[in-house]
Design a binder for this molecule. Sequence first.
Ligand SMILES: NC(=O)c1ccc[n+]([C@@H]2O[C@H](COP(=O)([O-])OP(=O)(O)OC[C@H]3O[C@@H](n4cnc5c(N)ncnc54)[C@H](O)[C@@H]3O)[C@@H](O)[C@H]2O)c1
Length: 276
Amino acid sequence: MRFTGKRAVVTGGASGIGRATALRLAEEGAVVWIGDIDVAGGEEIAATSNGRIHFQRTDVMQAGDIEALMLAADAAGGLDVVFNNAGAAGSRDPIDVISPEDWDRTQALLLRSVALGIRYAAPLMTARGGGAIVNTASIAALQTGAAPTAYSVAKAGVLHLTTMAAADLAKHNIRVNAICPGFITTNIFTTALGIEGDKRAMANAAIGAIAAKAQPLQRAGRPEDIAAAVAYLASDDAVFVTGTHITVDGGMTIGPRHSWDAEAPSMFAALEAFAA
Ligand SMILES: NC(=O)c1ccc[n+]([C@@H]2O[C@H](COP(=O)([O-])OP(=O)(O)OC[C@H]3O[C@@H](n4cnc5c(N)ncnc54)[C@H](O)[C@@H]3O)[C@@H](O)[C@H]2O)c1
């Protein structure tokens, strides 16, 4: 019950990582405000939460929506925790093809939204003596090969924004950290491809099977795995932790595949024929 008496905002809380985190924070005593463009999903979670989770339609592309969400949570007694998490795949075009508009849209969704989440939360937290902010980055911020270019660059920006904001806000006792999820089975992939209805469940099952084999720990990453780390960073257990990130990826970023997968092609295996 690390969040008893606290109020939290979670963007993108109608699905996936945000949903699991909203539920985790509420389970541990917080009253949570979900901001999302998915009205049906957000209202469904709020309706089944015994008043612990509120939903406010929020488009994180709109500065006014973000500010209104922070103010709503603050008005209930003061804003303690913010999880800037809403997102989608963005443009999948490579750099030699992407349009200026698609580049801007992807950066606005994944990076500007986080900057503005911090911008509007910080004065409210300052007024009450401090708070904790967690931002969703990605392993795509750390290495190539995990996601498209515009997405990966935005997420790398989230990581640097996290350290800069931690520096700016430490004097107000506001901690700012990031989370780098690996391959987590959520709707983000089916949404990116426009797969809906009955086909979505089938596609998600297929994604789960791929995700189970994608990293050293041989099971699919779950939204709850991320929620646990976000709850730690947002809690007083992390009271001396700021300006850093936690990678939760089942070991995906450990190193080249042959270092952890005996089945993967290895240079030494290929050379054995010559050595014999
Ligand atoms: N799933 C993964 O493997 C993975 C890995 C690394 C990082 N992430 C990041 O985690 C975050 C959450 O993604 P997820 O995997 O839970 O996906 P998801 O699709 O399950 O959830 C994303 C949520 O964000 C909401 N959203 C999208 N655009 C919005 C907007 N403009 N305003 C408000 N809400 C909006 C969606 O409606 C949805 O509820 C994203 O920032 C994503 O980039 C995901």
